[in-house]
Design a protein around this ligand. Structure first.
Ligand code: ZN
Length: 137
């Protein structure tokens, strides 16, 4: 008696399945490329650094990562600022800034994306993830 509604719902869902999500214009997340051949994640590359494949698909990062290298830059800026390399959970590395005290940012610190594009420099900005304890301090 009521089975007709189910087929209508399936048709509607199927018609939208081929559409790509609009990944640009979202400033609160980082998009990256993943090689469809070997699965390597990369940021702002045209070719896969591992297999040189050019068949890359765009994915959206969760925005959670770990500081791999942190430096303090004094040049060309009125105030010293932090420049860090952050390895995201998906396996790619971005250059950006971590908010917080400059001396309080170290390799291994866990960070979370705050803004994908700093309005001044267009760099991703991260914030330290507050942890209730530190295992090795
Ligand atoms: Zn590859």
């Amino acid at each position: 008696m009521y089975h007709h509604s189910g087929s209508v719902a399936r048709q509607a869902a199927g018609s939208g399945a081929g559409l790509l999500d609009p990944v640009a214009s979202d400033s609160e997340s980082i998009v990256f490329q993943r090689c469809t051949w070997c699965g390597t994640a990369m940021y702002h590359r045209l070719l896969c650094p591992v297999c040189q494949g050019s068949d890359l698909r765009t994915e959206r990062s969760e925005g959670v990562g770990t500081v791999r290298h942190a430096t303090i830059v004094h040049r060309n800026t009125p105030a010293a600022r932090n420049v860090s390399l952050v390895e995201l959970a998906e396996g790619f590395v971005v250059r950006g800034r971590v908010m917080g005290p400059l001396i309080g940012i170290h390799s291994g610190d866990r960070v979370r994306l705050s803004t994908a594009k700093d309005p001044v420099r267009g760099e991703p900005v991260f914030q330290l993830v507050d942890e209730p304890y530190r295992a090795w301090t």
